[in-house]
Design a protein around this ligand. Structure first.
Ligand code: GAR
Length: 210
């Protein structure tokens, strides 16, 4: 049974999609904890309602990024996770923290990386006028939003799109690719080898998640 810790900062809809998939598909994994840097993260309510331990470590309580990351790491490691899942965790992480979880920390970013790293990705996409936009699941490395790519999904950018409409279309795809990628990891099929992602095929007869 694999142990997963999920970090959120807000709504937590990706966390929710992962929790629901783990239950519906009976993964050999448990969500050991959901941890937030914000006490008002609404996703904490969903986690608690589903019997998942929740923790809050307010980043404002720490003078430096390093001190916060050290406290966060101690909290995460108390659950001895095989995988750490960043699901809308809106913090830039220090290199020692990221290195500690090398090959066992995933993130989802709302753009087709390497396009539009950072914030306001939907705004950036509309400003540039791309016709395709999307989301990316990647292993986390110290280079922000540039880790090895695990999965992507794309959506069309439609004439007259607002940021909100585009974000909603992308989020729907996030809820498909993120649970799928986490499941690959749980099944032992997803590995980071150096700077490359290796995904081994599903066993013969196994059903791939939709
Ligand atoms: C998602 O769109 C996720 O891709 C994005 O924040 C949103 C969180 O939504 N993450 C980032 O921008 C990370 N740089 P959620 O809390 O409902 O999962």
């Amino acid at each position: 049974m694999r142990s997963i810790v999920i970090l959120i900062s807000g709504r937590g809809s990706n966390m929710e999609a992962i929790v629901r998939a783990a239950q519906a598909e009976q993964w050999s994994a448990r969500i050991s904890a959901v941890i937030s840097n914000r006490a008002d993260a609404s996703g904490l309510e969903f986690a608690a309602a589903h019997g998942i331990p929740t923790e809050v470590i307010p980043n404002r309580d720490y003078a430096t990024r390093h001190q916060f990351d050290t406290a966060l790491r101690a909290k995460i490691d108390a659950y001895a996770p095989d995988l750490v899942v960043l699901a809308g965790f809106m913090r830039i992480l220090t290199t020692p923290f990221v290195d500690h979880y090398r090959g066992r920390m995933l993130n989802i970013h709302p753009s087709l990386l390497p396009s539009f790293p950072g914030l306001a990705t939907h705004h950036q996409a509309l400003a540039v006028g791309v016709k395709l936009h999307g989301a990316t699941v990647h292993f986390v490395t110290p280079d922000l939003d540039h880790g090895p790519i695990v999965a992507q999904a794309c959506v069309p950018v439609l004439e007259g799109d607002s940021e909100e409409a585009l974000a909603e279309r992308v989020l729907e795809q996030e809820h498909v690719i993120y649970p799928r990628a986490v499941r690959w990891f749980v099944e032992g099929r997803l590995l980071l080898e150096g700077a490359r992602v290796r995904l081994t095929p599903a066993a013969v007869g196994a059903t791939e998640a939709a």
